[in-house]
Design a protein around this ligand. Sequence first.
Ligand SMILES: Cc1ncc(COP(=O)(O)O)c(C=O)c1O
Length: 297
Amino acid sequence: MIDVGKSILEPINILSSKSRGLRVFIKRDDLIHTYVSGNKWRKLKYNIEVCISLKKSGILTFGGAFSNHLLATASACNQFGFKSIGIVRGEELDVNSNSTLGKCASLGMKLVFVSREEYKHKNEKVYHELLSLDYPNYHIIEEGGANYYGVIGCQEMMAEIDECIDHVFVAQGTSTTSCGILISLNTNQFLHVIPILKGYKSISEMKSLISKCGIDELLVNNLLTQVEVLDQYHFGGYAKYNSDLINFIDNFYKETNLKLDSVYTGKVMFGMVNELKKTKYDNSSVLFIHTGGIHDV
Ligand SMILES: Cc1ncc(COP(=O)(O)O)c(C=O)c1O
């Protein structure tokens, strides 16, 4: 069994939390690995196990030009002696287009650049079958690690925490991480998700992904009542930001020495700090999941 290693839990003192009986913790998944940091290791762990058990040649997966998931997959495959193939959105790109792609290539990932039109088929079974003809014996993982094994890996996060937690705040891209966390919550805990894509249908995406884990529909609907979607903190959408966000990230770093990125964790922390000003959070324990995303490629 691959050992991802536990991540540490750190208390932080924000918003005069002590005087309000508010306790805030950060789950430092960002410290798990240099490139496979944060939720990436959690999502890849059981996918790597599958490759080992089924004697696969490697992993084939999908991503955009700056995909943390592609980099994490390249690195994990390199570490475990598997080949890796990244199907990249954008035929105009090449390995020199940016440092993420360059690092993927240097870790041995074969990058296949496809048109945006072709990339739209990324989740279709027929497309996967066609790719399997070109690249036989590869384990195919959906974009962002959004498969059953990814959810099951993310489910392990909460089990590492000894503190009693009432509220969890986490970023949402494909929902894999938030689904894993949700299915591991007790019935009195709440999950606050911050989608970083504008117009993302959080609840229906979560419903469809959790259903893939074989959970009964009634139970899925029950679980979803523990979710609050905070869709006002995406700052315009994926990789969009403004000076408020950047100033917030800079000031947060000065105050706490904690690094946040402007695509995912910065938006979640911005949203969480804003939400925690509400008195309904007094006398509760809150957890921020640091999903990583910061690495010098
Ligand atoms: C740093 C970071 N945080 C959060 C997410 C979103 O996670 P998910 O796609 O599981 O919703 C990602 C994407 O994988 C990410 O790279």
